[in-house]
Design a protein around this ligand. Structure first.
Ligand code: PLP
Length: 377
């Protein structure tokens, strides 16, 4: 450090150029009565599952002197069974890979297929971590277009792929933060465009698929070795604190990510906990049904109050519009002042609310009703 008072320590650290001036991922973690800002599942795990986790972790604890199963064979086998049962497409151990959250899955994919001198594209607004992890892995980030109504503009996206020839294409469906799903035909068209341009890897991020009115795009894996479907236990399984994400793809993709994964990346405790949660899939998916009903109620009630609402296939709803340069941020603050934390994703004019318990959603709806009255007074 030079001790120059006009320079912050940041300015003086030899941080990589592409990270300079960027902000870290940072949804506020505020202590307020109703937290509906990070698309978590509001229901705590049921007691029977908590007991099962304790049992499984107790067993695992006896062997913590040893490294965990590096290949997480039992867990991947159970994840493959879950996907086969719910996704209308048979996958096996060889098709599935797991890591600490789907963020780590995405990081491993970018370390394998992106990296210095390579690029990735996403159609924004979309999940901001796709761009951030790209930069973190030295992959150039290309912000692709979206229509005014937040659907993917197929022709413009095909053009963006043809012109930029990215190495990795991200398609998030249902999309975060907008909530809308991407039709299978669009995904297929973009896959074809990506193969014609490079060929590149297409990552379909299905973090919210269990909440969708439609079905998983898992069957599209058939005959498409450059397609990857990524999933998480953070949302539908109500296990955001567990940090367990996974992917399904051609076995060659699973082999390729082995080159970048850290040895023993998934702890024995995480594997044991995830296995316990998978034993309780049926109970957990019942909560998903309740959340879908609440999500649909939020859409209807927000529209009745007079907000614009983007169609949602996720466990959250995007609503607006808030006029003015800082309109959405001011509305965010006013909702927070009423004890409800929602998300300002930086999409001008819009905010996002995660579906909570019925009581939490009522508190949110009361807050935005008051806000609307105030705005129209
Ligand atoms: C679209 C999308 N993908 C991936 C993730 C990351 O999830 P995980 O908790 O599995 O890292 C999120 C989290 O909000 C998300 O919205």
């Amino acid at each position: 450090m030079t001790g120059n008072p006009s320079l912050s320590p940041w300015d003086e650290l030899p941080v990589r150029d592409e990270l300079r001036g960027k902000s870290p991922y940072g949804a506020p973690q505020l202590d307020v009565p109703v937290r509906l800002n990070t698309n978590e599942n509001p229901y705590p795990l049921p007691d029977a599952l908590v007991e099962r986790i304790v049992e499984r972790v107790r067993e695992a604890a006896r062997n913590l002197n040893r490294y965990p199963d590096r290949d997480a064979v039992e867990l991947r086998t159970e994840l493959a069974k879950y996907l086969t049962k719910t996704g209308k497409y048979a996958v096996g151990l060889q098709n599935v890979w797991a890591a600490n959250g789907s963020n780590e899955v995405i990081q491993q994919l970018l370390q394998t297929f992106g990296g210095p001198g390579r690029t990735a594209i996403g159609f924004e607004p979309s999940y901001s971590m796709h761009g951030l992890i790209s930069r973190g892995t030295g992959t150039g980030w290309i912000s692709g277009p979206r229509n005014e109504d937040f659907t993917i503009d197929r022709a413009a996206s095909e053009r963006a792929i043809a012109e930029n020839k990215p190495d990795v294409v991200f398609i998030t469906t249902p999309n975060n933060p907008t909530g809308n799903a991407v039709p299978a035909e669009t995904v297929l068209a973009l896959y074809e465009a990506a193969q014609a341009a490079k060929p590149s890897m297409v990552v379909v991020d299905e973090a919210y698929i269990e909440f969708s009115h439609g079905e998983s795009l898992l069957p599209l894996l058939e005959g498409r070795p450059n397609l990857v479907v990524s999933r998480t236990m953070s949302k539908a399984f109500g296990a955001a604190g567990l940090r367990l994400g996974y992917l399904a793809a051609h076995p060659a993709v699973v082999d390729a990510v082995q080159l970048v994964r850290l040895p023993y990346h998934l702890s024995a405790v995480a594997q044991a906990t995830a296995l316990a949660a998978l034993e309780h899939t049926d109970t957990l998916l019942k909560y998903v049904e309740q959340l879908k009903t609440e999500r649909d109620r939020l859409v209807l009630e927000l529209r009745a109050i007079g907000f614009d609402v983007t169609e949602s296939d996720a466990n959250f709803v995007q609503f607006g519009r808030f006029d003015g340069e800082n309109g959405s941020h001011e509305a965010w603050q006013k909702i927070l002042d009423r004890g409800v934390l929602v998300r300002d994703n930086g999409v001008p004019g819009w905010l996002r609310v995660s579906a909570g318990t019925p009581a939490e959603n009522d508190a949110f709806l009361d807050a935005v009703r008051e806000l609307k009255k105030e705005q129209s007074a």
